[in-house]
Design a protein around this ligand. Structure first.
Ligand code: SF4
Ligand code: SF4
Length: 255
């Protein structure tokens, strides 16, 4: 694909890297069939090929992107199905990361959007805050309807179907569960590594990043991994105080 970056723009190594990726795209469209947002919405702007064109225009103009561009880039799930399908070796992951950082720097989002993104980056990265937020969501469930747009959708998913929000019962919609999202106490079995047992594999130890959201709403995943490894005689070493891996902030373009 032809690009039109200025020489001074290409002096920036990150733009030079983006240009190389953009030029590698030959618009063949092989990636579109692997893209869930394109399959669902059928809009070229929600396909990897369409997003690549919008990313090119945005980075070349080097200013505030349009609302249309932000909408369609925001809809990308970063699943990277397109990257593995691409025969030209376009590094879509790098392009979308650079574009999100550009949007974060140059675009002023509506207030509700800013509140939502701040909440994701601040609350969801801290297990203590997530537990508190889930307790508050249950406490204030009758007022969830007053929250705007996507904040309302997020709070609603945290509530059990017995909540008054559902009128005391009903069928869950996509992502909603019978019992709502429950906060679990920190897993005692993962807080400290047990001393090596006889027969344990002395050559291997596996470090576990407890993360943020998962350890609160689904600690059984790490507990199952610990049990499985214990059966193989491989001790698990939880990384105390490691905190969030940074993926949430990264995918919001905040790093
Ligand atoms: S498969 Fe690769 S080269 Fe083809 S349109 Fe998609 S990103 Fe571009
Ligand atoms: S990373 Fe984005 S553009 Fe690529 S397949 Fe996933 S949703 Fe589609």
């Amino acid at each position: 694909m032809r690009t039109h970056f200025r020489a001074e723009q290409l002096a920036d190594p990150s733009i030079a890297e983006a240009e190389k990726n953009l030029r590698a795209c030959v618009h063949c469209g092989i990636c579109t069939a692997t893209c869930p947002t394109y399959v669902l919405l059928g809009d070229e702007r929600d396909s990897p090929r369409g997003r690549i064109v919008m990313m090119q225009q945005m980075l070349e103009q080097d200013g505030a992107p349009s609302e249309e561009t932000v909408t369609h880039l925001d809809r990308c799930l970063s699943c990277l199905g397109c990257r593995t399908a691409c025969p030209s070796g376009v590094d879509y992951a790098r392009l979308i990361d650079q574009s999100r950082a550009h949007i974060q720097q140059h675009y002023r989002r509506p207030l509700a959007d800013r509140i939502l993104r701040w909440t994701i980056a601040t609350v969801l990265t801290r297990p203590t805050f997530i537990r508190l937020a889930l307790s508050l969501a249950n406490l204030f469930s009758p007022f969830v309807g007053l929250l705007p747009g996507r904040l309302h959708a997020m709070a609603r998913k945290a509530l059990p179907l017995s909540s008054p929000v559902y009128g005391g019962g009903g069928s869950p919609r996509s992502g909603e569960t019978e019992g709502g999202i429950r906060a679990h106490p920190p897993s005692a079995s993962l807080r400290s590594a047990p001393p090596p047992q006889a027969g344990e594999d002395k050559m291997h130890r596996i470090a576990l990043l407890p993360g943020c959201v998962q350890q609160v709403i689904a600690p059984e995943i790490d507990e199952a991994a610990a049990r499985l490894l214990a059966r193989r005689g491989i001790p698990l070493e939880p990384l105390q105080g490691a905190g969030c891996c940074g993926a949430l902030a990264h995918h919001l373009g905040r790093d």
